[in-house]
Ligand binder design. Structure first.
Ligand code: ADP
Length: 399
């Protein structure tokens, strides 16, 4: 009897182990597939960027060729930045580190934001987008950027998975206490057996690289998580191959708008009202520091660079800049410490200090604020946002 029980337990343990091992090997497979897709997706924009550089080198300064190459490189770089942003977001979400900055907002603002993001992709594929919004504002409590990101993912999927010249419909309506948004396309559709799995991480219906539409299989995972974090739900519908797809997002409506009156503050003051600044750039990545300095010089500023924290403190004292752009992760003295020391120098309270970092979460922003920074910008810095911050009223978001 005892021996039977023993055998039974051993068999059960063996079954558990086999199941666990099968699960692990499936996870391992998915990870390998994901890494192959990731390498492919990261490499695709690199080829045109490298070609663009070569075109610039060979063009002998012919304006038309340089402009064309530049436009192409800008688009491809945008694609790379998006991929890396998505990867970071997914990792933040799975570690529970993504924070929302919610405010009461008209859903139309969020949807317009998403449409604006996807417009180039939709137009370049010759698709026709129709948008149907309710006549009255529909308010939701949302992080505008994050919720718009979710809808932009759905819209760009509709564009990616439709034949050229397709029709895409974006509609929003009230249903009881909910705001319901539908993104519908007449594209390739989703097989019924894939519908329940489609929101899982790394899931792609057709993984063959030839048919890959440029993605990592994490867009819908992000959509689901972001919608969940807004207290909503998302559902995928499709009648199968070639018969289009529809994604329906349901969000709880907020009662009425509370207008946030932004107090006028120092943040609205331009850093350099004359449009010409003395700027110190400190970054241990020399190419990053030099290219940022070049860009700022072309914008009409006087710029110095340094490549470590101690040099940055000395240069601040000698050069007396109006603005200092400081990388946080620098050798010898990190950006926070550099910032504290500069604040203690004569005139150090007046200088505009901008943190440049790869981390854009609330806690990172708080940390740089505590160290004495005026602004926090996430790398790669958007030149337009930086120019705005230097010469005009700013929102200092760095995005
Ligand atoms: P990605 O587009 O990067 O592959 P997503 O997570 O956004 O990843 O989507 C997962 C998969 O779902 C896609 O690879 C595609 O097979 C399928 N899919 C998503 N949206 C649509 C759509 N509108 N029409 C058809 N298939 C879709």
């Amino acid at each position: 009897m005892v021996r039977d029980e023993h055998r039974h337990r051993r068999a059960k343990a063996g079954g558990g182990r086999r199941k666990l091992s099968a699960e692990l090997s499936e996870a391992d497979c998915r990870k390998d597939e994901f890494l192959a897709t990731l390498a492919h997706e990261l490499r695709s924009p690199l080829a045109p960027i490298r070609n663009g550089l070569e075109i610039m080198r060979l063009s002998g300064g012919r304006r038309e060729a340089v402009e064309k190459a530049r436009g192409m490189m800008e688009r491809q770089l945008g694609q790379l930045v998006r991929l890396v942003d998505d990867l970071l977001d997914v990792s933040r979400i799975s570690r529970g580190k993504l924070e929302l900055r919610k405010e009461r907002v008209d859903l139309a603002v969020v949807l317009n934001n998403a449409v604006e993001t996807c417009r180039p992709l939709i137009d370049s594929n010759g698709h026709k987008l129709t948008v149907g919004m309710p006549a009255q504002p529909v308010f939701v409590d949302a992080d505008v950027t994050r919720l718009a990101q979710a809808f932009a993912n759905l819209l760009s999927n509709a564009a990616k998975y439709s034949e050229r010249g397709g029709r895409i419909a974006l509609t929003a309506e009230r249903q009881g206490g909910d705001a319901v948004v539908s993104v519908k396309d007449g594209g390739v559709g989703i097989p019924p057996d894939m519908l329940p799995k489609i929101f899982e991480m790394f899931t792609q219906v057709d993984r063959t690289l030839e048919r890959s539409q440029g993605g990592l299989g994490i867009g819908l995972t992000l959509v689901k998580k972001l919608v969940d974090m807004h207290g909503g739900s998302v559902e995928a519908k499709s009648d199968g191959d070639g018969r289009g797809s529809e994604f329906v997002v349901r969000l709880p409506m907020a009662s009425a708008a509370v207008r946030e009156v932004k107090p006028s503050s120092e943040e609205d003051e331009p850093a350099c009202p004359s449009g010409q600044c003395r700027i110190l750039v400190a970054d241990d990545n020399e190419d990053a520091a030099d290219s940022l300095a070049m860009m700022l010089q072309i914008m009409g500023n006087e710029v110095r660079t340094t490549n470590d924290g101690l040099q940055a403190v000395e240069a601040a004292e000698a050069f007396r800049p109006d603005v200092i752009l400081l990388d946080i992760g620098m050798p010898k003295l990190n950006g926070y410490e550099v910032c504290r020391r500069i604040r203690e120098q004569p005139g150090g309270k007046k200088v505009v200090l901008i943190a440049l970092t790869g981390w854009g979460q609330e806690q990172d922003k708080r940390r740089s604020q505590e160290a004495g920074f005026d602004h926090h910008m996430v790398k790669p810095v958007d030149p337009a946002a930086l120019e705005k911050l230097l010469a005009g009223p700013s929102d200092a978001t760095g995005k």
